[in-house]
Each structure stands twice: as structure tokens, then as C-alpha cells.
Write a protein that binds this ligand. Structure first.
Ligand code: NAD
Length: 253
């Protein structure tokens, strides 16, 4: 059912939240646009400017690695300035109230952790861009370490331990999904009674399979997104409005 207007959507969502005991949110880039981080597919989104660099290209080409890091450094002012928005804060309030055991996110911006979720309770399907890892041995590096070496050598640094390339700790197209996060997301989708898909175009698979999985396991499904998604038909409630306005009323004290 598509909510006829914002107000009735918020009211209906409030009832569904009150009636649920285990709520699992599943978030996409749309929850962070009001924080100044562009999404992928909206007009002005990242894809309209830069095609993503597939994992195989990153591994094969030092030019691709340099380009990936130049893009990441160019985004740093936006990532560094971003603070949790109304959507993040509303979900953190429900987490504090023990309604949400953990959150599943496609986002890489760390804003759910900043809003109050314990890092253990943020299941990151596509990793995290606020730090880096060696793609060989997994050694973690902070971004200033990468930046300093990039600036000094004019090229992206390799791992100090195994000399393999260092990449933001994110999952690129063509890169294997993190097994533990996928397993935990599936468990959460199957165990909740309310699943909230928020700010995702639901076109990036396998992540987009989780709303369907939750619905098939008996949960109610709510989709909050300002444009239609391919899964609107199976949702119990679709709120096609701004996320901050929709979730603002659920921000606690
Ligand atoms: P997407 O760009 O495909 O979809 C975002 C959706 O949110 C769009 O349908 C858009 O219309 C909607 N939206 C944007 N702002 C909104 C608002 N204020 N209110 C309501 N709806 C809004 O993003 P996705 O589905 O998350 O998939 C893209 C992939 O890109 C993810 O896997 C993620 O790893 C990566 N990504 C992450 C970030 C981030 O961490 N903030 C930003 C860009 C891309």
C-alpha cells in the first residue's frame, strides 16, 4: 500500500513500529543525502559524474588505484563534515529503546556508528570508507597514512607488510561480499517482525535481496524512498517522501 500523503504514512509507520518487537532497518545512500553525501543514482549523484572502478581494474592497474584514491580524497571534505541526519537519529532512538537489535546498511559512511549504534550492531554489506585495508593481508590503515604517502610519492601506497595494494575498506563491484555480514544480515531479515528499507533504490544485488527475504520470512515490509523501487509491490507500506521528514517524528530525546 502506498501512503496517500506524508502524514498518513508517518501515522501508519508509528502504529507498525509500536506493534513490532524486533525491527531491522536496511539503509541505503538516501538516508545520508541530507548529511551532504551524494547518493549514486539520483540526478547529481556520484554515478552521473564518475563510473565506479570495478575491483578487477583496481587490482590490475596502478592508474586505476591512483584514480580511486584521488576520488576518495576529493570526497573527504563531505565525509569529514557529515553528521547523522534525522533518519540516522530516529533509528538510533529505536535502537536505544531496544526495538532494533542491529542495523543492516549498504552505506560506507560510518554515520550509523556516529549516531549511537555500537560498531558490532552495524552490519556493513559494502564495507566502510573511513579507513583502508590491504587487499592481500587485510592490514588496516588510516586515511591520513594513505594520504601522506600518496602526496609524497604521487601514487597510491602498497601494504607495508605484504606489498599488496591498499584500498578503502569498501566492497567494489566485482569484489566478493563479506561472508560474515551477509550471514548476519540474513539472520536479522529472517528473525525480525518489521523490516524497514530506507533510501535504497534496491537495484544493487545481492543486498537488495534482504527486503524480499524478510517479507518471505513473515515480516512486515516498509519502504521509505522518494522514488519508486522494484519492490514496492510486495511492501505492506510504501512512503514515497523525504526520509528526514518521514523519520524526524521518531527522533527521541
Ligand atoms: P542509490 O543511490 O542507488 O539509491 C538511493 C535512493 O535513495 C534513490 O532511489 C533516491 O531517490 C533515494 N533518496 C535520496 N535521497 C533521499 C531522501 N532525502 N529521501 C528519500 N529518498 C531519497 O543507493 P543504494 O541503493 O544505497 O546503492 C548504492 C550503493 O552505493 C550502495 O551499495 C553504497 O555502498 C554506495 N554508496 C554509499 C553512500 C553512503 O555511504 N552514504 C553514498 C553513495 C553510494
Amino acid at each position: 500500500m502506498i501512503a496517500s500523503d506524508l502524514r498518513s504514512g508517518v501515522e501508519r509507520l508509528g502504529v507498525m513500529i509500536a506493534e513490532s518487537s524486533v525491527i531491522v532497518p536496511f539503509t541505503g545512500a538516501g538516508i545520508s543525502t541530507e548529511c551532504g553525501i551524494p547518493d549514486f543514482r539520483s540526478p547529481g549523484g556520484l554515478w552521473t559524474r564518475n563510473r565506479p572502478i570495478p575491483f578487477a581494474d583496481f587490482v590490475a592497474s596502478s592508474d586505476a588505484r591512483d584514480e580511486a584514491w584521488r576520488r576518495r580524497f576529493a570526497m573527504e571534505p563531505a565525509f569529514a563534515a557529515a553528521r547523522p541526519g534525522r533518519g540516522h537519529r530516529a533509528l538510533a532512538s529505536l535502537y536505544k529503546a531496544d526495538k532494533i537489535p542491529a542495523i543492516v546498511t549498504q552505506n560506507i559512511d560510518n554515520l550509523h556508528q556516529v549516531s549511537g549504534f555500537a560498531a558490532d550492531h552495524v552490519v556493513e554489506l559494502h564495507g566502510n570508507t573511513t579507513y583502508a585495508r590491504c587487499i592481500g593481508c587485510g592490514q588496516a590503515y588510516d586515511l591520513p597514512w594513505v594520504r601522506q604517502r600518496f602526496d609524497a610519492a604521487g601514487t597510491a601506497p602498497d601494504c607495508m607488510i605484504c606489498a599488496e595494494p591498499v584500498k578503502t575498506a569498501t566492497i567494489s563491484f566485482g569484489q566478493a561480499m563479506p561472508e560474515d555480514a551477509m550471514r548476519r544480515a540474513a539472520e536479522l531479515a529472517q528473525q525480525c517482525d518489521l523490516f524497514l528499507a530506507i533510501g535504497s533504490s534496491l537495484v544493487v544485488w545481492p543486498a537488495a535481496g534482504f527486503p524480499l527475504m524478510a517479507r518471505n520470512s513473515g515480516a512486515k515490509l516498509v519502504i521509505i524512498n522518494n522514488e519508486p523501487t522494484e519492490q514496492d509491490d510486495i511492501a505492506d507500506l510504501v512512503i514515497r517522501h523525504d526520509i528526514g521528514e518521514t523519520l524526524g517524528p521518531f527522533v527521541g530525546n
